[in-house]
Design a binder for this molecule. Structure first.
Ligand code: GLU
Length: 481
């Protein structure tokens, strides 16, 4: 595909009947990447003709999700509910050209016929009772049906699935406008794609069976056919369609769980598209490399562990100062009012290789901000013992005399103490680690001390000494053997 694609126009048309879920986000992403790659236009269209089920809340969730993911659109959002006059014009045109007809069959009668067909194990299909009605028409409500050709075939040349052939005889005279005046999905989507000049329809393959009907409508209305690309569904690990049972579905839930938009997008794109065996992509790289040729034919299986790992890679690769504003809200909900700056950047560069999500990072960062360190019970029992009081006092003296608390200076203080006492470095470091972080596992101790700074380090050591003395004075406390 080359030059002729410079006018690519794609669309993403969610229905605002629920949040934007992972599958929808991937469809939006494929459209967006394809469009950005070809420098085309990406259109957002809200399919809200199901008035009863559409909500403002869902609309907001969709727009927020798109914005958070960075999937910006060039035109829209358009609302189908505001385009009813346009659909009406198109209905009238098909009626006047004899390509559509009024159907007065009462819903109960249709339902009755449908049941009977199912009982006889036939595929239910409208019998064309009103196909040849002519004026004067009966009074009463009517729907409008499209006169579907009954012979021949309709072929979908799908850019992902290849050639899919449908027998027209299998297709119904589908309703294009309901008796309440509302257009149906298949009709509204064709009028929209036609009037908006959409060149590529990229969507989930649950719509493949709608495509022959849409193709026939494009032709009847005289609009050029877009290319179709039907992307396989995302399945859960048990190979059924991804749903709530498989964990969080909504895009915003992933924001709340501390994922980066780039991490989620990178994971989603790989669920259905590949570029050699490369796993990690920046958004810029994706735009450069994305093509429909490399969209796979088989369904992607959602794997939350893989998502975590890819997200971890994106956290690792990000500048601390760029992560800081994203991390702060997660620290804030824990009750700490921290600002951006040198200290936070140091904490982040210290933790980013060991955090898969921003929540994990916030949890791991917490001990830096705590006024009062709580000791893990086992850690305190093992390391905060009377014999380390001396060591802590020596450390405090050493820190007091230090100017910069640089990693090198701190390290030589620890080594000096260990040497003089002829003990291993860990015998000094481990108790200090528990005193300073509350735990036996933490980021590098000397970096931690550098970040905590002199005042906080000394305060924490003093507190630990107090804790040890209290435990000794009060047998039965945590420090008892
Ligand atoms: N509103 C439809 C959906 O969300 C759009 C399908 C299409 O892209 O044509 O499934």
């Amino acid at each position: 595909m080359g030059e002729e694609l410079s006018q690519v126009r794609t669309r993403f048309p969610p229905s605002p009947t629920g949040f934007l879920h992972i599958g929808g986000a991937r469809t939006a992403l494929f459209n967006w990447l394809f469009t950005r790659h070809h420098r085309g236009k990406f259109i957002l269209r809200i399919e809200d003709t199901d008035i009863a089920r559409s909500t403002e809340e869902a609309l907001k969730a969709i727009l927020d999700s798109m914005q958070w993911l960075g999937l910006d659109w060039d035109e829209g959002p358009f609302f189908q509910s505001k385009r009813l006059a346009i659909y009406q014009e198109h209905v009238d045109r098909l009626l006047s050209e004899g390509k559509a007809y009024r159907c007065y069959c009462p819903p109960e009668e249709l339902e009755e016929k449908r049941k009977r067909a199912l009982e006889e194990r036939k595929k239910p299909k409208y019998d064309g009772k009103c196909r040849n009605l002519s004026p004067p028409y009966p009074d009463g409500p009517y729907a409008v049906r499209f006169k579907c050709p009954q012979e021949g075939q309709t072929v979908v040349e799908d850019l992902v699935k290849g050639r899919v052939v449908f027998e027209n005889a299998e297709l119904d005279d589908l309703i294009i406008q309901r008796s309440d005046g509302m257009p149906t999905y298949n009709f509204a989507v064709v009028v929209d794609d036609g009037t908006m000049g959409i060149t590529h329809v990229i969507r989930g393959d649950d719509h493949v069976n709608n495509t022959p009907r849409q193709i026939l409508l494009f032709r009847a209305l005289g609009y050029p056919l877009p290319y179709f690309a039907h992307v396989p569904m995302i399945l859960g690990p048990d190979r059924t369609r991804l749903s709530k049972r498989h964990g969080a579905e909504s895009v915003m839930a992933y924001k709340e769980m501390g994922y980066l938009p780039e991490g989620l997008l990178n994971y989603l794109v790989r669920l259905g598209w590949s570029y050699g065996d490369q796993e990690i992509f920046s958004i810029g790289e994706l735009i450069e490399k994305f093509s429909l040729e490399n969209v796979g034919k088989s369904a992607g299986i959602f794997n939350p562990e893989k998502l975590r790992s890819i997200n971890g890679d994106h956290i690792k690769g990000r500048e601390p100062s760029k992560l800081a504003p994203l991390l702060l809200p997660f620290i804030k909900v824990k009750g700490y009012e921290i600002g951006e700056g040198e200290k936070l950047n140091k904490i982040i560069s210290n933790l980013k290789a060991r955090s898969k999500t921003l929540i994990e990072m916030a949890n791991q960062a917490e001990f830096f901000f705590k006024g009062e360190i709580e000791y893990e019970e086992e850690a305190a029992k093992k390391f905060l013992r009377p014999e380390v009081i001396d060591i802590f006092e020596e450390l405090i003296e050493g820190f007091k005399g230090m100017k910069t608390m640089s990693e090198a200076e701190v390290e030589s203080l620890f080594r000096g103490i260990a040497q003089r006492r002829e003990i291993k470095l860990v015998k000094v470091a481990q108790p200090a680690r528990v005193a300073l972080t509350g735990r036996t596992v933490s980021p590098g101790l000397f970096e931690v001390i550098d970040i905590l700074g002199k005042g906080q380090t000394i305060r924490r050591l003093e507190k630990a000494i107090g804790f040890i003395r209290d435990s000794v004075a009060c047998p039965g406390g945590e420090n008892e053997d």
